[in-house]
Design a binder for this molecule. Structure first.
Ligand code: SF4
Ligand code: MG
Length: 318
């Protein structure tokens, strides 16, 4: 078995008044220990929902989540406690994710006081300072409030908060996309350094394919709550097979020059409240046929090990 083993969801339904929104469907994969697994897709494709569901901030209606061999989707909050320290989340917006009324020290002490009540004051203080140092925030600033820090520094503090409990798995949901371009690389490097030093596993959620190519070993491409393609980063970028992956990659200038012509998708992403029949991508796919309009493609494993959900690939016409 893997690290985050057999994570499968058949459904995650959201209720908007009378309307049911199916947010995730037949999403299934596992993440290995020490792996950076990226989930990429446009906004609204379900990637944040996926990350939050794995951490049980949402619960799936059906399907299972296994963590280090333990099934966790059915655990009560109390039963979840031992897993809570091992699984942390870093959010997109460092302005919204820190409590403005708490000093950095209070923010960082909170999770460790809760999860490691046996530590004494001195040990807690040392740990706060050690982790602040690791993320590049001067420990002398521990008694300051979030508003005294820049966006990049706040994201460093958010990362420190996640690291305080010595996690093994982190869901990073667009952790650099709200930041100034000039500091995105610094924060990305910090995340990579922390990953390497602690052999962390990441589920890295992003819409930015250049980041994906840079950091991850495997990638899942999502569209309207489903995985279209799941492959090693190398395979995905050198030879995308799903028409949606092809369109996404063709929009990166570097790749556009070397082969893939820019593929312009027709129309808009349909609303998840009224999902298209058959393949959810059929209304925008340049290769759609009658079968695509009626039959939902399943995620099939190809010979090279990647998984693709597409009738056209299965029929060998793409
Ligand atoms: Fe396009 Fe059909 Fe493949 Fe969907 S199943 S991506 S519509 S070819
Ligand atoms: Mg999101």
């Amino acid at each position: 078995g893997g690290f985050l083993d057999k994570l499968t969801f058949e459904n995650k339904k959201f209720y908007l008044k009378q309307t049911t929104v199916k947010a995730l469907n037949e999403v299934s994969f596992s993440i290995k220990k020490g792996e950076i697994f990226s989930v990429v897709g446009e906004s609204g494709c379900g990637k944040s929902t996926l990350g939050r569901t794995i951490l049980k901030l949402y619960s799936p209606d059906k399907g299972n989540i296994y963590f280090q061999g333990h099934r966790i989707d059915n655990l009560s909050p109390k039963q979840m406690l031992p897993f809570r320290t091992k699984m942390q989340m870093i959010f997109q917006d460092p302005y919204a994710s820190l409590n403005p009324r708490k000093t950095v020290r209070q923010t960082l002490e909170e999770p460790i006081k809760f999860h490691q009540p046996s530590l004494n004051k001195k040990e807690i203080k040392e740990k706060v300072e050690q982790v602040m140092q690791q993320v590049g925030v001067d420990p002398e600033w521990a008694d300051r409030y979030p508003h005294e820090f820049s966006g990049g520094q706040r994201q460093r503090i958010s990362i420190a908060r996640a690291l305080m409990v010595d996690p093994e798995f982190i869901v990073a949901d667009e952790p650099i996309s709200a930041l100034d371009v000039s500091i995105q690389a610094q924060i990305l490097n910090l995340l990579m350094d922390a990953q390497a030093e602690r052999n962390l596993s990441y589920l890295f959620i992003t819409h930015d394919l250049s980041v994906v190519e840079h950091i991850s070993s495997r990638v899942a491409v999502m569209y309207l709550g489903r995985i279209c393609e799941l492959a090693s980063t190398e395979d995905l970028f050198s030879n995308p097979r799903h028409p949606y992956t092809q369109a996404l990659l063709s929009a990166i200038p570097k790749l556009g020059e070397t082969g893939l012509k820019h593929i312009k998708l027709k129309g808009e992403v349909p609303t998840p409240i009224n999902l298209p029949s058959g393949c959810v991508f059929h209304s925008r796919c340049p290769h759609a046929n009658e079968r695509c309009k009626q039959e939902i493609p399943t995620l099939l494993q190809l010979q090279d090990g990647r998984q693709v959900a597409c009738h056209g690939v299965e029929e060998k016409r793409i």
